[in-house]
Ligand binder design. Structure first.
Ligand code: GNR
Ligand code: NI
Length: 174
């Protein structure tokens, strides 16, 4: 396993649409495991492959409470089958927008179909934080960040601060 560098905004790689995996094989499984290790290390409750520079439709999530048994999900090619009419607001964060948070409104529940780490088709009915997190991760596969769901004013404030932060950082090789 390996901890991978996480790409932070603004970065054109975070705005691209990710490609479906043909099959969940050993290389995709390794990506899933490396992403989980990277997510737990960060720490975060979800991570999408584009955040670590892989333009594939792969996400990992674990929304188990601190101290509870881990509940990792390894998800490839997620498809939303249904969303609830009811919405919820959650104060979201993103490892690609470090130290910024904003309220985002999303459907409270979702049903999805995906391929698991064994390349088996599965369905999942998610509610609560898991539903919010899965939608946040699927957004990353479309090149969408949580700031794309908030007002243009709040978005530009966050992105301006992150741009300034990047100018102060020593560039790391891509
Ligand atoms: O760690 C994370 N926390 C979080 C909180 C509320 C809604 C979504 C998330 S996902 C985020 C990690 C991340 O950036 N995933 O893409
Ligand atoms: Ni994110």
């Amino acid at each position: 396993m390996a901890i991978l560098p996480i790409i932070t905004a603004p970065d054109p790689r975070l705005a691209k649409k990710a490609k479906p995996v043909a099959k969940v094989d050993a290389s995709v499984r390794k990506l899933m495991d490396d992403m989980l290790e990277t997510m737990y290390d960060a720490p975060g409750i979800g991570l999408a492959a584009p955040q670590v520079g892989a333009l594939l439709r792969v996400i990992v999530v674990d929304c188990a409470k601190d101290g509870d048994k881990p509940e990792p999900y390894r998800i490839a090619n997620p498809e939303i089958l249904w969303t609830s009419d009811e919405s919820v607001t959650y104060n979201e964060g993103c490892l690609s927008l470090p130290e910024h948070y904003a309220d985002v409104v999303r459907p409270a529940e979702v049903k999805l179909r995906y391929l698991d780490e064994q390349n088996e088709i599965r369905e999942l009915h998610a509610k609560g934080l898991l539903a919010t997190c899965i939608q946040h991760e699927i957004d990353h596969l479309e090149g969408t960040l949580f700031v794309d769901h908030i007002s243009a004013l709040k978005r530009s404030m966050i992105l301006r601060k992150l741009t300034k932060l990047k100018r102060q950082q020593v560039p790391t090789p891509a």
